[in-house]
Design a protein around this ligand. Structure first.
Ligand code: MN
Length: 207
């Protein structure tokens, strides 16, 4: 098990196992137009994580990364996909779907709580403690610290195991099809964010 840091793209020879790939991003903030994309993290669930760092002034060409993320036959796992696919659409120009979102699945089955953070899910469903200490750190730094790299990797480390647990709950509660419909819509929801409807519910009668 190791964390691999790459600059500007994945190497051509990274061999990911078949099946879903866990993806997360780190940026300078939460506004895609203002805040640049700094890092894309990937895991095939077999124990290694790959971090792709983009420097200030990057042209975001990254052909190997884009090929993997845009592959229509490869399911991507996220925690809060709406942000990640939005910022990757904005900077990389690809829609990294089809997707599964552990936060959305959690909201559909863990209706007894409003705690849907990754840390909360990992604790309740996998009985593990993860640190969120580096969440708000400076991802634009020229050198990422050991703590930042470990934090970034841990954000994709548990998504396969969480999907397994959440799929059982979705099945039990009869919400598998509803969850799939939400995942299918998420790319459009992310595009609405970027196109100027970040907060509004366009399905609402008022507002
Ligand atoms: Mn993250």
């Amino acid at each position: 098990m190791a964390v691999h840091l790459h600059e500007e793209d994945l190497p051509a020879d990274v061999g990911f196992a078949d099946g879903p790939i866990a993806v997360d991003t780190e940026a300078m903030g939460l506004h895609p137009g203002r805040d640049r994309l700094c890092l894309v993290q990937l895991s095939d669930g077999k124990g290694d994580e790959h971090l792709v760092r983009f420097g200030q002034g990057s042209n975001f060409s990254a052909p190997n990364l884009k090929r993997l993320l845009a592959d229509p036959n490869r399911l991507k796992l996220y925690h809060f996909a709406r942000f990640d696919v939005g910022i990757m659409q904005y900077y990389l120009g690809i829609m990294a779907a089809p997707l599964y979102c552990t936060r959305t699945a959690s909201r559909l089955v863990r209706t007894y709580t409003d705690r849907h953070g990754l840390k909360d899910l990992v604790k309740e469903l996998l009985c593990l403690e993860i640190s969120k200490q580096q969440q708000t750190s400076d991802w634009g730094a020229a050198e990422l610290s050991e703590a930042q790299r470990e934090y970034a990797a841990s954000d994709v480390r548990y998504l396969h195991a969480l999907k397994d647990k959440l799929d059982e709950r979705l099945e039990r509660e009869g919400r598998t099809a509803l969850a799939q419909a939400c995942f299918d819509f998420l790319p459009a929801r992310a595009l609405l964010d970027i196109a100027g409807w970040p907060e509004q519910d366009i399905f609402a009668h008022d507002g």
